[in-house]
Design a protein around this ligand. Structure first.
Ligand code: MG
Length: 413
């Protein structure tokens, strides 16, 4: 009698129960034998975190949620923990942590989200902004798979994150839809490094596509938060409206796939059905198409190298009359060029760019500055960049803090 074989044959809720019991009696490696993937979510109550749990709920018995991590959202993470029964909950904020610990007796409640990697096979990093760095690093350091939705950590800390990818078991599977698309396209090549001619990152163009600089002088927060095709958190939605999101994604693509900046191009594609493309040396272009739904890249990263069995919408070819492509308007949306510049400069320049952008976007969301000031704040901050080449993580933390200080000075000037 073989518990592994028996569990595989069980269906539906019975399988769920067997998995639950087996996960408590089998040693660590038993999970793999059962085909259960242990998942931890950093930033579990945000847009990526909740969509991840939505997908996991559709996959009975395939995943076990072993850890949840949040910054301050006590009530939301308590509700998630009561449903998903994780072993660890990480809460950064001290008073929120006390509240969570009181509400969840028997659950280990810790301060640091980097503790999540200890128990999991895959860590979904859905933290917003530079704060996600410790999760990215700790996951790779422990030789685990990182489902990366937090692009800022890779962009800011590329030079110190890259060596960690060589650790056995450490792997980054991008959750960003464009990079997930490129990851899929590259699977059609047996020698990516030599066969790729260029990466074509698609951009929806955001809510202000086609608008002139003058007409954008007075746009409101509400207008910037109305993304035409994707449902995402506020920071990334504002980044999409300035095209900084695409600029950051250019740097992210360079870090993930090792492609030169000259071979990464941005194509505006308003329908958000083509999620990105790879052109090979022979002129063949492979594209990945699907309905815009972040759960597809999330599911891809969790089930890789297999494909998820859950369909996230099917393209209706009879109603999809056309797919449009155009070049980005870099005169109006200057953030894209700022990102290319920072990427080409390298070193700590991407960390400065990302930090200045976070400060500027927060100031815009708080009503402190106009939307049109966002690129000005970033540009003025980048003028102060000290050219430091980072070798250790402290260099990155220093660069981030310094850039934030300069950006705040620019704001108050
Ligand atoms: Mg994206």
């Amino acid at each position: 009698w073989n518990i592994v074989e028996w569990t595989r044959r069980c269906a539906g809720s019975l399988r769920q129960h067997v998995v639950c019991v087996a996960s408590r009696v089998l040693p660590r490696h038993g999970y793999h034998a059962l085909g259960i993937t242990r998942v931890a979510l950093a930033g579990s109550t945000g847009s990526i975190g909740t969509q991840t749990l939505d997908y996991i709920a559709q996959c009975e018995g395939q995943y076990e949620v072993v850890g949840l991590g949040v910054g301050t959202s006590a009530q939301a993470v308590i509700a998630q923990a009561q449903q998903w029964k994780p072993k660890v909950v990480a809460v950064a904020d001290e008073s929120a942590r006390k509240e969570v610990a009181q509400a969840l007796p028997g659950v280990e409640v810790v301060a640091d989200q980097s503790a999540l990697a200890e128990l999991a096979d895959v860590v979904v990093n859905g933290v917003v902004g530079f704060a996600g760095l410790s999760v990215t690093m700790s996951t790779l350091q422990r030789g685990k798979r990182l489902a990366l939705a937090n692009k800022e950590s890779l962009i800011a800390a590329g030079p110190v994150v890259q060596p960690l990818r060589k650790i056995p078991g450490a792997d980054i599977v991008p959750v960003d839809s464009e990079h997930c698309a490129i990851h899929q396209c590259l699977r059609s090549s047996i020698d990516n490094g030599r066969e790729v001619h260029r990466l074509l990152l698609t951009a929806s163009g955001g809510p202000f596509r086609g608008r002139s600089k003058e007409s954008l002088a007075t746009v409101t927060v509400q207008e910037a938060l109305k993304h035409p095709t994707w449902s995402m958190g506020p920071k990334i939605t504002v980044d999409s409206s300035t095209l900084m999101n695409k600029g950051l994604e250019v740097i992210e693509a360079h870090e993930l796939f090792g492609t030169d900046f000259d071979s990464i191009e941005v194509v505006v594609h308003p329908q958000s059905v083509v999620h990105s493309m790879v052109e090979f040396n022979d002129g063949a272009v492979i594209a990945q198409l699907s309905m815009p739904d972040m759960r597809l890249p999330i599911a891809y990263a969790l089930s890789y190298p297999h494909r998820a069995n859950v369909p996230f919408g099917s393209i209706d070819w009879s109603s999809l009359a056309r797919l449009d492509f155009e070049v980005p308007d870099t005169q109006t949306f200057t953030c894209l060029n700022l990102a290319y510049q920072a990427g080409r400069t390298g070193g700590t320049a991407p960390a400065w760019l990302s930090a200045a952008n976070e400060v500027a976007v927060e100031a815009f969301l708080n009503g402190q500055i106009m939307w049109s000031r966002i690129p000005e704040v970033i540009d003025a901050t980048m003028q102060q960049h000290d050219g430091l080449v980072p070798t250790i993580v402290e260099d990155i933390l220093h660069a981030d803090a310094l850039a934030r200080r300069f950006a705040l000075q620019v704001l108050s000037a």
